[in-house]
Design a protein around this ligand. Sequence first.
Ligand code: NOJ
Length: 768
Amino acid sequence: MNTILIISKKVLFYVISLTMIFILLARCSSNHNSIAQRDDINHKVDSLLKIMTLDEKIGQLNQYPGQWEMTGAVPKDENFRERYELIKNGMVGSMLNVKGVEQVRAAQKLAVENSRLGIPMIFGYDVIHGYKTIFPLPLAMSCSWDMEAIQRSARIAAVETAASGINWTFAPMVDISRDARWGRVMEGAGEDPYLGCEIAKAQILGFQGENLKDISSIAACAKHFAGYGFVEAGREYNTAEISENTLQNIVLPPFKACVDAGVATFMDAFNAIGGTPSTSNNHLLRDVLKGEWSYNGFVVSDWGSIDMARSHGVAATKKEAALIAFKAGCDMDMGSSCYLKNLKELVKEGSVKEDLIDDAVRRILSVKYELGLFEDPYRYCDSLREKELLLTEDHLKEARDIARKSIVLLKNENNILPLNKEGLKIAIIGPFANDKDNPLGNWRADAEKASAISLLEGIKSAQTSNNIAFERGPVLAVEDTTISSHKLIFNNEDRTGMKEAIIAAKSADVVIMAIGENCWQSGEARSQADIRLKGLQEELLESVYAVNKNIVVVLMNGRPIVIDWMAEHVPAILETWHLGSESGNAIADVLFGDYNPSGKITASFPRSVGQCPVYYNHKSTSHAWGHPIYASRYIDMENEPLYPFGFGLSYTSFEYSNLKINKKEVASDEELSVSVMVKNTGKYIGDEIVQLYIQDKFASTARPVKELKGFSKIHLTPGESKTVKFKLTANDLAFFTANKKWEAESGEFNVWIGPNSKEGLIESFILN
Ligand code: NOJ
């Protein structure tokens, strides 16, 4: 018996050793392969560059939108005709907004079969949260804190995009934003840089896969570099004033995470910081991105942003605009023609060195090589793949899964939720109750209009025998069709439908109110000074409440909104954002308890717009001694938001206990272990997002009162407990200090583990 044991131990030892050797060899060879692949690409790019004329090089830096039919006869419109010719002459390196295999193939053909060198174009598109299968808004998905699901959503988006001829997405948007007035909060991962970094990495891995050459991979684009989320007063395109401390500690980390994750491209931003437009910000693009971070992908401008230098008042002519953007490090011109029309002259007169042009072209060509476009410019143009890979059942299943995970239960008084599956008379009321379009959100890529499952549809197809009534109530808004960009005119007067809604509510056991924001209220150019419910929605809610207090609000919106009255009166609130194609099914899953909500908000909900920007990781201030008058506070409202970052309820309850750290003092080269016991003390199986925060109590600059440094999503059955462990290293404690470098300063730290940024068990330790 003993001998057998000894022999089998030996065998096991050899097996393990051999396996390790194999793994190491495999790693070495794959590293070796990727180095060899890079060398090969560099070599090919250099050879190509040598035979390119200056005009052809400048052509590679030029991107045009394809807002016209690429197939068929040459367009009649003069501009478009000119652009056809430019493509044919190799003067267009990239196009955006050309989609579908047929269109992309036609455009690519113009470039490849007519230009002297036949260099393929790269095709970009805004695939922000899905292509045909639409996932929840990025802000919504961030509330899932589920990196695998987020990565899967990006992967599916990539599969569908790549099957439609496109090989480059302008995502992820990694702008940290703290101000719900800004319309684009919906495109990012909220207010926290740590979570922002994790999500950025997951998205890039999803879009780009292991290898860009994989036919289902597309190049990603980290945007908007940088500071766009800090536009003053949340007003779109406004200037941003960001201290170096905040830029380094809050704004830049997610971009650095993108570089580390191997993102193929970057996009700069419309905003200026301290008067310098991001598109011509030499410090950001050359010193930080291409210098300090050694980034070797390429930078595309935002739409027309090179020419926006004139609008900012830092360039008088397009030529000056081209000069400052190009010298600063913006490689590709999205749509403004500034490079195309001026770079040659700038080189000829000596203002721009041809070496710099070569550097930009080299970056762009490298990405094209990595995508395999030189081997086969039409590799993304397979109509069979296009037919088979879009909007599949599997994709929709994933969309429903992540939509459920993105929902946040904000309030559930007396456990009104989940609803019984039988015996209830339910009235579904509100402008979004039977809306199949708004849940798609505003970056809906190639989704069919009104193709989402509405809430009413979802509830009706849930397996319940409840009695369902529906009344929309007054319309929220109408679109001003004289303008093409979905301009809304809110309805503050026409109460048609109000009476019927109240009658339906009166006779119901429970009312589900689908209210919130039209999808065109958030996104680009959709900032709002007032972030309460628009139109007659507050009146509708209060009127319904007057006749029936059993209300479950299903909020559909693209930003945190002010819901003070609702939070005080209504027993249950589900934040569902704009959840995409499977919206109604996902919400029904949660309403009837087929899925226990587990999302936690990633952007604080203000009590009033006057608190904006409001965020949990604000710095310690002066007067923090607790004086009733002389303190950093408002005299008419508390400082705390209505719902803090990281907050979200479940149908079950979790108890946190036994917070432990393995040492009270830790050296800078040691790890600190922190653990906590979490128990499911309720009746439902549930997931909990366990969050770890730290505070550097005394440092060379004022530090945030709390900073997220770890999280873990755990699954617990009723009565079950789990010990959740985290490790902290000096790296986690480091910040951009008064010495202007990233370092951990010795001293006292607090550490919390809890269910959100406001609650948790606390310990402290000293870093030596
Ligand atoms: C402008 C937006 O700011 C950017 O995010 C987007 O990628 C480009 N337009 C292209 O559509």
